[in-house]
Write a protein that binds this ligand. Structure first.
Ligand code: NDP
Length: 245
């Protein structure tokens, strides 16, 4: 299957490292005209843009609604948006702090609405079909120890994915989500490197392994491409079968 993003302008949030970094490069390799890489840390964006002249940095804090809206509008027309940026504040239920709740929902949920509104409004104005992919998690569908708030944000991501698909469908804008298991990025390693902690999760995963970044990248490229022209409102697990039991 040949997936091409020729003549497409892409925006990837959280592209400074991890999944977003590889996603930006994968879109370039798949022929994208331009990839806008949004993140908060300029030095990480500098490293990314040194890999391809087709990548442009958008350095902004997604927690700042107005600055983010201005920065996204400043990038100009976008055909494909990947809402990948996310934070994971991990703490036991009995110790959840209000600030953990606020920052998690601000970045993982509210920022998706903000960025998607700006991008979708421009797609509608230009009368182009578009694709939006939100990065959710298996934690939206199963309870994981110490992940109450994170799981709640990702359940909200699944919910807004469906709601966006419902309301944007008439403009031929498709909206889907990808729900990975643990992925070996900074975030994944921080929480799951301890074998004692990861064993119970792996034991319930039929493929007995966690995901690599490329597993998530492939799912995103498919959902963002014209190969998924009839797919919208779905949440695609990339979790080695963990959700079977
Ligand atoms: P990383 O922590 O490796 O990278 C996250 C990226 O998002 C960084 O570039 C970070 O930049 C950026 N980011 C975070 N907060 C903000 C902000 N306020 N403004 C702008 N950029 C921000 O995460 P992953 O690559 O592992 O995760 C990517 C997505 O995948 C997330 O949504 C995560 O929830 C999801 N996911 C990850 C899994 C895993 O095990 N890794 C499993 C399932 C889902 P900076 O630090 O400079 O702000």
């Amino acid at each position: 299957m040949n997936i091409s993003f020729e003549n497409k302008r892409i925006l990837v949030t959280g592209a400074g490292r991890g999944i977003g970094y590889d996603l930006a490069l994968a879109f370039v390799k798949s022929g994208a005209e331009k990839v806008f890489a949004l993140s908060r840390t300029q030095s990480e964006l500098d490293t990314l843009i040194s890999e391809s002249p087709k990548i442009s940095p958008v350095c902004v804090d997604l927690a700042d609604w107005n600055s983010t809206k201005r920065a996204v509008e400043g990038a100009g027309p976008i055909d494909v948006l990947v809402n990948n940026a996310g934070v994971a504040v991990v703490e036991p239920f009995l110790e959840i702090r209000p600030e953990s709740f606020d920052i998690s929902f601000n970045i993982n949920v509210k920022a998706i609405i903000n960025v998607s509104q700006a991008v979708a409004a421009s797609m509608i104005d230009r009368k182009v079909s578009g694709a939006i992919v939100n990065i959710s998690s298996q934690a939206s569908k199963v309870a994981l120890w110490n992940h109450t708030v994170y799981g709640a944000t990702k359940a909200a991501v699944d919910s807004i994915t469906k709601a966006m698909a419902l309301e944007l469908g008439e403009y031929n804008i498709r909206v889907n989500a990808v729900n990975p298991t643990v992925v070996w990025t900074d975030m994944g390693k921080r929480e799951w490197s301890d074998p004692e902690k990861s064993k119970p999760l792996l034991d319930r995963t039929p493929l007995h392994r966690f995901a690599e970044i490329k597993d998530v990248v492939h799912a995103v490229l498919y959902l963002a491409s014209d190969k998924a022209d009839m797919v919208t409102g779905t949440t695609l697990p990339v979790e080695g079968g963990r959700l079977t039991n």
